[in-house]
Design a protein around this ligand. Structure first.
Ligand code: NAP
Length: 249
């Protein structure tokens, strides 16, 4: 058994350079997209400070967050996160839209929302954005009013395999080969429980949140057994630690 010191004098790179060679879509299985999640946590393992994730990360974390969006066909988020974080168009900066186009992707990823109730925060900027295309997966038969964004509502069968069904629909019906899930903790828990998470990008910010009401990055019903992960890389910005894990199959 040996230990390696991670803080070393390796050549430095930007977040864009770190992600330049990733090929999520190329690793997609036949029946669903390749699914990666990106989360940020405090050193005490909390996914929020006073109910928000914004205060946790720093500049490097935000850059990686936005750069990951340039590498995928679709960005997925739970209705809880959509509501709290008040999402807007998924890629706004021309430079990031250009990075997507250079990678052979459309300027904006498909937005994917999962909601059991279909009680969505329709007043957030994302739903008003006429350039954005979204698909909402739900088990509800409620109606969703028209909004500025182009939104498809897909009704899933009742049951506990909703993430599997949503991923299968994304691949078969929409040609989506890579999905970035940005949380929240309950949706991430469901992806893991249903066996459709491939990778986790975890930023560990040098802060303590405290408080029993701040969730960890994975919540919801317990996992049947601990899920083993393999460390793919560990980077640091002298502030935040960036861990990339593959879910062991
Ligand atoms: N640290 C981070 O990286 C990070 C990332 C994202 C979010 N957050 C924080 O996490 C909090 C929100 O997280 P959250 O866990 O409450 O919400 P969430 O995971 O974003 O969304 C949960 C909602 O997803 C819907 N859903 C659909 N299928 C589901 C399934 N199979 N299992 C569970 N939920 C399903 C339900 O919507 P309906 O209620 O509409 O039926 C449920 O209420 C916010 O405070 C946000 O700031 C932190």
């Amino acid at each position: 058994l040996t230990l390696r010191r991670l803080i070393a004098d390796e050549p430095e790179m930007t977040p864009a350079e770190a992600l330049a060679d990733v090929d999520f879509a190329g690793n997609a299985p036949a029946d669903r997209p390749y699914v990666v999640a990106n989360m940020v946590a405090t050193v005490d393992g909390r996914a929020t400070v006073a109910g928000r994730s914004g205060p946790i990360g720093g500049e490097a974390d935000r850059e990686l967050f936005h750069r990951l969006r340039t590498r995928v066909d679709a960005v997925m988020v739970g209705s809880g996160t959509l509501r709290v974080e008040r999402y807007g168009a998924l890629v706004r900066l021309p430079e990031l839209r250009a990075a997507r186009e250079e990678a052979g992707l459309p300027p904006l990823p498909l937005g994917v929302v999962v909601s059991r109730s279909l009680d969505l925060p329709l007043d957030i900027p994302l739903f008003a954005d006429e350039e954005s295309r979204m698909v909402v997966y739900t088990q509800s038969d409620a109606d969703l009013p028209e909004c500025g964004a182009q939104v498809d509502v897909v009704r899933l069968p009742a049951g506990d395999a909703d993430m599997v069904a949503a991923m299968s629909d994304l691949r078969a019906e929409r040609g989506v080969r890579s999905v970035l899930c940005e949380g929240g903790p309950r949706v991430l828990g469901a992806l893991i429980r249903q066996g459709v998470l491939d990778e986790l990008f975890l930023s560990v910010a040098p802060k303590l949140s405290g408080g029993i009401d701040e969730p960890t990055i994975v919540t919801g019903p317990p996992l049947p057994e601990p899920v083993a992960l393999d460390l793919v890389w560990a980077l640091d910005s002298r502030e935040c630690l960036f861990l990339r894990y593959a879910v062991r199959r």
